[in-house]
Write a protein that binds this ligand. Structure first.
Ligand code: AMP
Ligand code: MN
Ligand code: MN
Ligand code: MN
Length: 277
């Protein structure tokens, strides 16, 4: 089994269409793939059609943006019915907040001399409802102001930098509830990325589990080997299922390609056992 249960297409801030994500994953030897676009499920039908032309099995997924203790936390849903009404309505509400945030981000960037960022980011976003900070970063790189996307984040778009604006995403319990209501399994994405204190991290896991969340990304494209050990221990201690995920966005922006993450520590129970694999 080569499972990769978190990646992005042009429906959010990935570089490849849903079809091309599936084809690249299959070529890389992925046998179980979840497409998990930010706050959006409109790529899943195309991905499912592409998967039928390959050996790979597609798991319908989503990555929901949540506000928790002043930090943005991402909750992945796996095995969802992406037509379920409350999930669809919840995601639409989160996306409408994104559009309004993009306007405020562009104003903040304008105030530090970066003009026209809204138009630039919108032109790069294939989905007008899904303008991400990644599109702003790519626009700033394309306009020659900065050498690469990670430099843009460091100077302008990370929390505390001039182009960062506070934003209220979904509530944790709502996001987990939408996923469960759509028959899915909720997963805490890339936990090592969150700047939370030890007590806040404990509270994230407490509230996630109380809401019905069952899994955590132990292996992630965003995790170091030390992060993997740390969250393998959290999975053991809390009896959570473990996920394995590249979080692939594109060849030139992602450290880990589709299906190329480390294996899960062998004593953990993989989340795909709950998906019937
Ligand atoms: P948003 O959901 O619009 O706040 O954008 C978050 C997205 O920006 C993430 O999913 C990544 O695609 C990208 N991103 C966040 N931080 C960085 C970073 N330091 N370097 C490159 N991309 C990043
Ligand atoms: Mn992204
Ligand atoms: Mn994420
Ligand atoms: Mn992601």
């Amino acid at each position: 089994m080569n499972a990769d249960l978190h990646c992005h297409s042009t429906v959010s801030d990935g570089w490849l269409s849903p079809t091309d994500v599936v084809r690249r994953a299959a070529a890389n030897g992925v046998t179980l793939l979840a497409l998990t676009d930010h706050d959006e499920v409109s790529g899943l039908d195309e991905a499912a059609a592409a998967a039928r032309e390959t050996e790979l099995e597609l798991v319908p997924g989503v990555e929901i943006s949540v506000s928790f203790c002043g930090e943005t936390v991402h909750i992945v849903g796996l095995g969802i019915d992406h037509r379920e009404a409350r999930l669809v309505a919840g995601l639409a509400q989160v996306r409408s907040g994104r559009s309004e945030r993009a306007v405020r981000m562009a104003q903040a960037l304008d105030a530090v001399g970066i003009r026209g960022a809204l138009e630039g980011a919108r032109a790069l976003a294939r989905n007008p409802e899904l303008v991400s900070r990644a599109h702003f970063a790519r626009h700033i790189v394309a306009s020659g102001l900065m050498p690469d996307v990670s430099t843009v984040f460091r100077h302008y778009l990370a929390k505390g930098k001039p182009g960062y604006v506070e934003h209220e995403w979904a509530r944790l319990e709502d996001a987990v509830g939408w996923i469960l209501g759509a028959g899915g399994i909720a997963v805490i994405a890339h936990p090592a990325r969150y700047r939370l204190s030890g007590a806040e991290m404990d509270s994230l896991f407490d509230r996630f589990i109380a809401a019905g969340g069952e899994a955590v990304e132990v292996v992630s494209g965003a995790h170091t080997p030390a992060d993997v050990s740390r969250f393998a221990n959290v999975a053991r201690g809390r009896g959570l299922l473990a996920s394995r995920a590249s979080d692939f966005h594109g060849e030139h922006e992602s450290a880990v390609d589709l299906g190329r993450c480390a294996p899960l520590p062998p004593d953990l129970t993989p989340v795909w056992s709950r998906l019937g694999y």
